[in-house]
Write a protein of this length. Structure first.
Length: 298
């Protein structure tokens, strides 16, 4: 007896036949800006991971003989007012920026995810209270909220992460809630309730995985914003403290006294911040286009 043939979509069959390299090239042609953003992110991650091997200099050791040396063959980006190599501090600053950005973005997005899904699931008075609290937090700009938190807790890496995480939570909670409201009405949620599953299991196992698309988009967007906020807080003297290499600290040291006499002190860390934020934003936009069925079908 002949076995029935399974019907497979021709598009999926063609995709399975194509090797990984061709599929990546096809994706790059469809999303050129997203690919450029992804390359910036990869280069930044590579620089942060292998900073110790990419430069022979120490980012915190002073060298009085090399103070304010302009860019040359030995120091590609010049040196600062303490004789420290700018390129070295930019590379190690990428490590600081990525660590704070990834941790703060992940914490803010994850807490916002759970809070948004729980708010949509329970509804009623709980939803009303949570959303009014979210409205209060959203009334303040990101930088104002971060400044208020870090002014209360004090400077330092851990406090900067908390200060950046707090304003991210209500943003993600509001976006995730809008997606979770429609998921709450799907029959399998009612079936899970009828089977006696706990609220925590329904929220975390059955509802949260179905709002991963907006969660991932917000997470990518938050990393770029966290890098920018960390630079602003460090520039204002309320974030990472010297001698830890951080792009905001490098701008603070170069912009006040040496903007005309040694412009490379501000140019290179400023370019690093711009490229990092630009790369994560482009990558986040491409991720949104790929995960949104309406945009993907165009």
């Amino acid at each position: 007896m002949a076995t029935p043939q399974a019907f497979i979509d021709t598009g999926e069959l063609d995709e399975l036949k194509n090797p990984l390299g061709e599929r990546l090239w096809s994706l790059a042609r469809k999303q050129p800006l997203g690919t450029a953003g992804a390359l910036v992110v990869v280069v930044m991650a590579f620089a942060a991971t292998f900073a110790s091997f990419l430069t022979p200099y120490d980012p915190v050791v002073n060298s009085l003989e090399d103070m304010l040396t302009p860019p040359n063959a030995e120091f590609a980006m010049g040196t600062d007012e303490f004789g420290r190599d700018i390129l070295t501090r930019v590379l190690f600053g990428a490590r600081t920026a990525l660590f704070i950005g990834l941790v703060a973005a992940f914490l803010g997005a994850t807490i916002g995810l759970v809070l948004g899904v729980a708010s949509a699931y329970f509804g009623g008075l709980f939803d009303l209270i949570v959303q009014r609290i979210v409205d209060v937090f959203l009334a303040f700009p990101l930088i104002i909220m971060a400044l208020a938190v870090v002014a209360t807790l004090g400077p330092g890496v851990e406090n900067v992460i908390i200060a950046i995480t707090v304003p991210f939570i209500p943003q993600c909670a509001r976006v995730v809630r809008s997606s979770a409201l429609s998921i709450r009405e799907i029959p399998y949620v009612d079936a899970a309730r009828a089977l006696g599953y706990s609220h925590a299991r329904i929220i975390l196992r059955h509802m949260a995985p179905n709002v991963m698309a907006p969660f991932l988009i917000m997470l990518t967007y938050f990393v770029g914003q966290a890098i920018l906020l960390e630079a602003v807080l460090s520039y204002l003297g309320m974030g990472v403290q010297d001698p830890t290499p951080a792009w905001g600290l490098m701008l603070k040291g170069g912009a006040e006294e040496f903007l005309e006499s040694a412009p490379w002190l501000s140019i290179f860390p400023g370019l690093a911040i711009t490229l990092a934020v630009f790369g994560f934003n482009l990558f986040g936009d491409a991720l949104r286009d790929m995960l949104d069925p309406k945009l993907r079908s165009r």
